[in-house]
Design a protein around this ligand. Structure first.
Ligand code: TMP
Length: 266
């Protein structure tokens, strides 16, 4: 996209030059005109290609997502990770799912409301996708196009883990829905903050952040965690596991190293 206007401009120059060179061929008094025009044109095109290359090399667009079972501490880590990467010179935009847009935050209220006990797993799955389609189009894609680093607290892997593995729905159907909602946008890096289920749920209860999903059975949450671990095995290049059972500072340090490392080798 960044290159296309430039290349389009180059193409129109080429057409124009094409007309000139035809005229030159029938003008016997300017035998070197065509050659000169062509070399000017190549210089212009190479110049534009070089600019595109520089823009590409110095644009640190990257989509990082944080995932994990309940109480893994993702949310408390994001602001500190963002601040650290900004200090390193990156333009970073944090967001979260479900939410991150006005529409998404309203959907979040409905999904998490402890009153909505009758919500069917398919309703739940679809509501997450509705919120997701909105954030992808309204926030994530434009920010990535602008060359920013987007860090999202949860993304579509949460749907596969919770609605797929947790609720034991057909995984292929869930994956198809997720692909529809995201338009196929896959993160560059996904960090799994892995924590023991009982410990994580205990942390959430203590922090008074209990929502409708937390209230699912412990077996449900064990399936979620097992699902995450299976996803890591399926796509080891995209995923990195950080042990969220460690001290908070140690987890933050690992998160910083993993994210910075990936940004540097982009
Ligand atoms: P959190 O913001 O505290 O992590 O809460 C989000 C909750 O929503 C959490 O219980 C996981 C759940 N969730 C899903 O079940 N599916 C999804 O696709 C997403 C994004 C979140």
């Amino acid at each position: 996209m960044i290159c296309s206007p430039a290349l389009r401009a180059g193409a129109s120059v080429a057409n124009h030059a094409g007309e000139v060179s035809l005229k030159d061929r029938v003008a016997p008094l300017q035998p070197f005109g065509t050659v000169r025009n062509i070399s000017k044109l190549s210089l212009l095109l190479y110049g534009r290609l070089f600019t595109c290359l520089l823009v590409y090399l110095y644009t640190y667009t990257m989509f990082i997502t944080l995932e994990g079972p309940e109480g893994s501490g993702k949310t408390s880590h994001v602001p500190y990770l963002v601040e650290y990467l900004r200090e390193k010179g990156y333009i970073v935009f944090p967001t979260r799912e479900p939410g991150g847009t006005s529409i998404g935050e309203q959907i979040r209220e409905v999904i998490h409301d402890l009153k909505n006990v009758e919500m069917h797993p398919r309703t739940e799955t679809l509501l997450y996708q509705a919120a997701r389609a909105q954030i992808v189009e309204q926030v994530i894609k434009p920010r990535l196009k602008a060359g920013e680093v987007v860090i999202s607290d949860r993304y579509y892997d949460s749907t596969i883990a919770y609605q797929g593995y947790g609720h034991q729905q057909d995984l292929e159907q869930v994956r198809t829905l997720v692909k529809y909602a995201t338009g196929g946008l896959v993160p560059d890096l996904t960090v799994l903050l892995d924590v023991d289920i009982e410990e994580g749920l205990g942390r959430k209860k203590k922090d008074n952040e209990w929502n409708r999903l937390d209230a699912y059975t412990v077996e449900f949450h064990h399936r979620v965690r097992a699902g995450y671990l299976e996803m890591v095995n399926q796509e080891p290049n995209r995923w990195v596991i950080v042990d969220a059972g460690q001290k908070w500072d140690a987890v933050q340090e690992e998160l910083r190293m993993v994210s910075l490392g990936r940004l540097k080798t982009k």
